[in-house]
Design a protein around this ligand. Sequence first.
Ligand code: F6P
Length: 323
Amino acid sequence: MKTIGVLTSGGDSPGMNAAIRSAVRTGIDRGMHVFGIRHGYAGLLGEEFVAMTARDVSGIIERGGTILGSARCPEFATPDGLARALKILNNRRIDGLVVIGGNGSQTGAHALARLGFPVVGVASTIDNDLFGTDISIGVDTALNIAVEAIDRLKVTAESHRRAFLVEVMGRDCGYLALMSAIAGGAEVVVIPEVKVDPEDIIRELRSACERGKGHALVVVAEGAQYNATGLADYFRTHPHPSGFGLRETILGHVQRGGTPGAFDRLLATRLASKATELLADGKHGVLVGFIKGEIATTPLDVVIANKKSLDLDLLKLAHVLAK
Ligand code: F6P
């Protein structure tokens, strides 16, 4: 393999730049030319290719976001889009592709792989909903941002005897909500994986108040049956004798924009380096992830066919610790 491309796709996640840097420098080390493709699959179809040198990725390991830019590109997944992508890659003599991204991005990678194009995926999404890795690039940083926000909200909640509804990202997965609830010491956590009755939440808050708590935190996953706005609306239109005043805060994209922590920089560096080494060795059609403390590869068709499950024992633990 002489020339490879690297792209970041889907929602950006802190650590993507470390992954780009690692792919570029590992590729050069293996004697390959490396092209960055700007704006994910949209940039591939728009032929936004940039030759990358080791210097082009200087000073980016500490930066959040992605210097290549990212996008969601439904057109890529169409037969026409895929055919055009293949033609462009072949015309430009790109022999293989490193795709850094989450579920949508790896679905695109799988589609290319099925057409015979050499692709290796790198697990990157703050949602931690990708099969084939215990943890993805960006999760740790996003989690720390959520926990810091919860810590801050607790301070003001305590001053005013309030309960806060804090909404965290995660699409349809409750991982970030559950982990930030445990790490932040929240009283209640609401996740998409479990049905919720808002009346139960009121009862929990009332009970927390009666147990002498001066504030309460309800961490809500954005993809839950009721998000923070839905719950706040419910509480506004139903009597809620919880004992606390209520406020809601939606963290949203604040969680994605952070400076990557050391864990994400190292994870990104190791995963992207492995992905590039695999391509250099003529191995492809897999996702590179991190399983049981080791770098591990999983075939892209297995990644795409499976849904990652959340350990619901941790939900029980969150309840126990909210005493
Ligand atoms: O997949 C990452 C993520 O941040 C999800 O948590 C969220 O649902 C979604 O992307 C938001 O997408 P966008 O940035 O396109 O609004």
